[in-house]
Design a protein around this ligand. Structure first.
Ligand code: DQA
Length: 147
């Protein structure tokens, strides 16, 4: 069974109450449940995590090497600022799908650049929670998991 790690960055723990007009009303827990269901149907095992700390995110990326077969990352605000996260992702040694609930490229100009995009195999943005499901499908395809 293929294993996928799903990493969520800062402020995503507040989904549901955080700017619902931008991010919707789905909570992080709802999102996690959705991912578990999708992964189950694709015979994929997932590990779903969230942190507000850049260093922790980087440590999780480093630790994933050799353990997981693929990664989905919504680095939230660190997407647009973190060279260190970019460097860690570059040597993760597995396919990486970048996901965003909103479409940062259609928002403020400071969100238009992504350090994650430069090292991601695929980017999904602006599709809300369904983007996470699509990311799992895309990874299943890339990893050659049973679908
Ligand atoms: C986000 C988009 C980022 O620009 C923002 O900083 C977030 C969430 C998204 O999922 O739409 O925190 O990654």
């Amino acid at each position: 069974m293929k294993k996928v790690i799903i990493l969520n960055g800062p402020n995503l723990n507040l989904l549901g109450i955080r700017e619902p007009e931008v991010y919707g009303t789905t909570t992080l827990r709802d999102l996690e449940d959705l991912c578990y269901q999708k992964a189950f149907s694709h015979h994929i095992k997932i590990d779903f995590r969230q942190t507000n700390h850049e260093g922790e995110l980087i440590e999780w990326v480093q630790e994933a090497r050799g353990i997981y077969d693929g990664m989905i990352v919504n680095a939230a605000g660190y997407t647009h600022t973190s060279v260190a996260l970019h460097d860690a992702l570059k040597i993760a040694g597995m396919p990486i799908i970048e996901v965003h609930l909103s479409n940062p490229k259609e928002r403020e100009s400071f969100r238009h650049f992504s350090y994650v995009e430069l090292v991601a195999d695929h980017v999904i943005a602006g599709k809300g929670p369904a983007g996470y499901e699509e990311a799992l499908e895309k990874l299943a395809e890339i990893m050659g998991a049973r679908i």
